[in-house]
Design a binder for this molecule. Structure first.
Ligand code: C2R
Length: 211
C-alpha cells in the first residue's frame, strides 16, 4: 500500500473506531478483519451459514485469505458500516454478501464501497429465494451487485468469481482456476464412461446407494 493510501486508510479506521465507541459496541463484539484479508464473506444470519460454508471451502481450497462475518443491513447496520470501513482500510479486495428474503445486505455493502460486491441470494422462506434474488439483482444503475444463482450453486460460484477477480493480478491463481475446470471436465467424462458401461438404471442405483 502507498503512503498516501495508508494514511487515508488509517484516518478511515480511526473514524470507524470513534463511531464504534459512540455506538457503544463492546470491543469483543466489534468485527475486526484480520490484516492481509482478500475476501470477506458476509452473511445476513447464521441460518445462511450451511449454504455459505461452500464458498468458504472453495476459498480455503485456493488458499485465499478470507473470513466469514454475520452482519446485517437490517439488524446490525452500524456494525456493517464499521466492518466495511475496516475491510477497505486493511486492503480487502472482494466482498461476497449472502442474504435471504428482503436481501438488502449486498446492495447496502455496494453503497459503502467501490470494491467488487458479489451477491448470493439465499434459498428458502415462503418464496423459495425469488425474493432474495430480485432484491439482490435489481440494483439501480451506478451501484453494482454482481449477482450469482440462488443457494448452493451461487455460493460456489461467488467464491470462484472472487478468485477470478483476484486472478487478474495473480497468474498462479489463474492457472489454478484452469486446473479446477480441467478436473471438473475430467470428472464429467469419467461419469459418462461409467454411465455407458452400466446403463441408466444401474448407474442411478449405485449412485444413490451409500458407499
Ligand atoms: P433468520 O434465519 O436469522 O431469521 O434470517 C438472512 O440473510 C436470512 O436469510 C432470515 C433471513 O434474513 C436475512 N437477512 C437479510 C438481511 N439481514 C438478514 N436479508 C439484510 O440485511 O439484508
Amino acid at each position: 500500500m502507498g503512503r498516501a493510501r495508508k494514511e487515508k486508510a488509517e484516518g478511515r479506521r480511526q473514524k470507524a473506531e470513534d463511531r464504534g465507541q459512540k455506538a457503544d459496541i463492546p470491543a469483543s463484539r466489534f468485527p475486526l478483519p484480520t490484516s492481509h484479508l482478500d475476501v470477506a464473506v458476509v452473511v445476513g444470519s447464521d441460518s445462511d451459514l450451511p449454504t455459505m460454508a461452500r464458498a468458504a471451502a472453495v476459498l480455503e481450497e485456493f488458499g485465499i485469505s478470507h473470513e466469514v462475518q454475520i452482519l446485517s443491513a437490517h439488524r446490525t447496520p452500524e456494525q456493517l458500516e464499521q466492518y466495511m470501513t475496516f475491510f477497505e482500510s486493511y486492503g480487502g479486495r472482494v466482498i461476497i454478501a449472502a442474504a435471504g428474503a428482503a436481501a438488502h445486505l449486498a446492495g447496502k455493502i455496494a453503497s459503502l464501497t467501490t470494491l467488487p460486491v458479489i451477491g448470493v441470494p439465499m434459498e428458502g422462506g415462503s418464496l423459495g429465494g425469488l425474493d432474495a434474488l430480485l432484491s439482490t439483482v435489481q440494483m439501480p444503475a451506478g451501484v453494482p451487485v454482481l449477482t450469482v444463482a440462488i443457494g448452493k450453486a451461487g455460493a460456489t460460484n461467488a467464491a470462484l468469481g472472487a478468485i477470478a477477480i483476484l486472478a487478474l493480478g495473480r497468474p498462479e491463481l489463474a492457472d489454478r482456476l484452469a486446473a479446477y475446470r480441467k478436473r471438473m471436465a475430467s470428472e464429467a467424462v469419467d461419469k459418462n464412461a461409467r454411465l455407458q458401461k452400466l446403463g441408466v438404471e444401474q448407474y442411478v442405483a449405485k449412485k444413490s446407494s451409500p458407499g
